[in-house]
Write a protein that binds this ligand. Structure first.
Ligand code: CAO
Length: 263
């Protein structure tokens, strides 16, 4: 254990933790015992709840080539409007909101006791964030009313707060649907866990340049990102999840459609 200077007593935190787990101090083969607190305790609870959900998984690949060019065109204007870093996330979030407008059952929760589905009006999209404290999942409220740049601004604000550990309970409250971009680290496929009482979550892998066939059978360089969806199979069937995914993919692969979305 760590010993504060000038004393032989164990570090108070370690002593306190050891007492909480019913041991005077860690012994034998145990290197140390950590009592889960804060963000990590919350993760233990939310993921235990997630275990109760029968997860249905569906994955697809998205050609991000057009979106990469589209984002490059918008970077300067975004920075003039105070968004220093326009990433792909705001596009993924807006596309999800547009797809939720069409497949509203994915923006619902299950009231199992009353055998009912509760459809939610706001698209409060929860975003998994890696922070120094661990995984946190605050949400961007009313994405259905916001432009891509407004979503980008909200995302930056939440990330800043998450970094400082200053997210408020209201930032976590009332999320209706989740996205997780594990692609900042790497990866292709994943199997994300649904956050109750939501019924679906999507996780994006890393966008990578890979060879694909063009429309004339020629080999082209494409920038491919894989997405993995998990849905609560008590409420969502496979066709609904796949149709939603196609709708989401349509916007990301043809970003000009965002302009026609009237949002
Ligand atoms: N593929 C390739 N590049 C990616 C990428 C991906 N999937 N996602 C992000 N990038 C790039 C960004 O475009 C940015 O580069 P540029 O400056 O050139 O645009 C850079 O990586 C850093 O992005 P970012 O992390 O600052 O911002 P973001 O908006 O893409 O993502 C956030 C924000 C909060 C989703 C992300 O930072 C994060 O924390 N992800 C982790 C989610 C997580 O932990 N999931 C697991 C949950 S279950 O344990």
């Amino acid at each position: 254990g760590q010993v504060p200077p000038g004393t032989n007593k164990p570090h108070p935190t370690l002593r306190q933790e050891a007492q909480e787990v019913g041991n005077s101090k860690p012994t034998g083969d145990v290197l140390r015992v950590e009592v889960l607190k804060g963000v990590r305790k919350a993760m233990m609870k939310s993921m235990t709840e997630a275990l109760k959900i029968p997860h249905f998984a569906y994955s697809d690949e998205i050609d991000m080539t057009n979106l990469i060019a589209f984002r490059d065109q918008l970077k300067d204007i975004a920075s003039q409007r105070g968004i220093s870093k326009l990433t792909f996330m705001p596009f993924c979030i807006k596309a999800a909101s547009l797809a939720l407008s069409k497949y509203s059952i994915l923006n619902s929760s299950l009231d199992a006791a009353n055998e009912s589905v509760i459809y939610k009006a706001p698209h409060n999209i929860s975003i998994a964030m890696d922070t120094p404290q661990g995984l946190v999942v605050p949400n961007i409220k009313h994405c259905e009313r916001k432009t891509i740049l407004e979503i980008a601004k909200d995302l930056a604000d939440l990330m800043e707060k998450a970094k400082k550990g200053s997210l408020r309970p209201e930032d976590f409250a009332d999320g209706t649907f989740s996205l997780s971009n594990i692609g900042i680290i790497g990866g292709t496929y994943t199997h994300p866990c649904i956050m109750t009482p939501q019924v679906a979550i999507g996780a994006m892998g890393r966008t990578k340049p890979v060879p694909r066939f063009g429309s004339n059978g020629e080999i082209i360089k494409a920038h491919i990102m894989n997405v993995s969806w998990s849905a609560d199979h008590r409420v969502i069937d496979g066709v609904t999840m796949a149709s939603f995914s196609n709708e989401w993919k349509k916007y990301l692969e043809n970003p000009a459609l965002f302009i026609l979305s009237n949002e």
